[in-house]
Design a protein around this ligand. Structure first.
Ligand SMILES: Nc1ncnc2c1ncn2[C@@H]1O[C@H](COP(=O)(O)OP(=O)(O)OP(=O)(O)O)[C@@H](O)[C@H]1O
Ligand SMILES: [Mg+2]
Length: 250
């Protein structure tokens, strides 16, 4: 899914958080979004997945303007977008399988969704497949709140993949994972994007991960694009300027 953002602005309580951001991410492209705490990364992702709406500017997804859509239309667009949040938004009391299945609830009929949830989980084979990809298949029938934070994050990533989205947004998805697990899961997301030619946009504080796995880096600072460069052109000096002296508080 191509993402095209033009002159986007968003503020909270009169304070601008995203200021005049414009960018285009092509179908199948992989982009890491970096920047200091409070620079607007999460806000940008929430604008892209239509959880919040901009004050000004426009967003086009797959060539269709999505700013100004009604609730119902916005819901339809959201089905094609999966988001992995840092706080993974899983339902604690649910079994892992039901949390993963909830990735598709948006596109299932109410009766199918209820049957799957209350009587017998449907599409177990598909669920096993994504849990295998994220290395947590052995916990498919565990209650989610019995898993460690990192294990839950694997479930959240599995749920996003199960949704089979055209655009995958991930907000610091590896924060609760140990370095090796983080690396493995990043490879899974990147592999998924390459293989299926799907767009992947990930915010990352771990610069090494960003530089090693993404061909393009967008840096946000104070709500504006500080640089938007092919990874080869991201120099230590530029990173120093990005995170440098006038580091914004979290
Ligand atoms: N719902 C909200 N209400 C008020 N202010 C908000 C809201 N959401 C975000 N902000 C403010 O917008 C700014 C940017 O926040 P955002 O979460 O986008 O930053 P971030 O780059 O994701 O930071 P971090 O690296 O810490 O995750 C912050 O100053 C934050 O306080
Ligand atoms: Mg954030």
């Amino acid at each position: 899914m191509e993402v095209s953002v033009n002159n986007l602005q968003k503020g909270f309580g009169g304070e601008a958080v995203i200021k005049a951001v414009s960018l285009t991410v092509k179908e199948g492209e992989r982009v890491a979004v970096i920047g200091p705490n409070g620079s607007g990364k999460t806000t940008l992702l929430r604008l892209l997945n239509l959880m919040i709406f901009p004050d000004q500017g426009s967003i086009e997804l797959a060539g269709k303007k999505v700013t100004g859509l009604g609730v119902r239309e916005a819901r339809t667009v959201r089905r094609g977008i999966a988001t992995v949040y840092q706080s993974h938004n899983l339902i604690p009391r649910f079994k892992v399988i039901n949390n993963v299945l909830s990735g598709k609830l948006g596109s299932w009929s109410t009766s199918k969704a209820l049957f799957s949830l209350l009587i017998k989980p449907l599409e177990e084979v598909g669920v096993r497949e994504v849990l295998e990809m994220t290395g947590i298949e052995d916990k498919i029938y565990w209650r989610t709140d019995r898993l460690s934070g990192g294990q839950q994050q694997r479930v959240a990533i599995a749920r996003a993949l199960f949704q089979d989205p055209n655009l995958l947004l991930a907000d610091e998805p590896f924060a609760s994972l140990d370095p090796r697990s983080g690396e493995k899961l990043i490879e899974i997301l990147v592999g998924w994007s390459k293989q299926k030619n799907k767009t992947l946009i990930v915010t990352l504080h771990h610069l090494e991960f960003a530089l090693a796995n993404f061909p393009r880096i967008i840096a946000l600072k104070n709500g504006t694009i500080f640089f938007d460069l092919p990874t080869g052109q991201v120099t230590p000096e530029r990173l120093q300027q990005l995170y440098g002296d006038d580091h914004q508080g979290a």
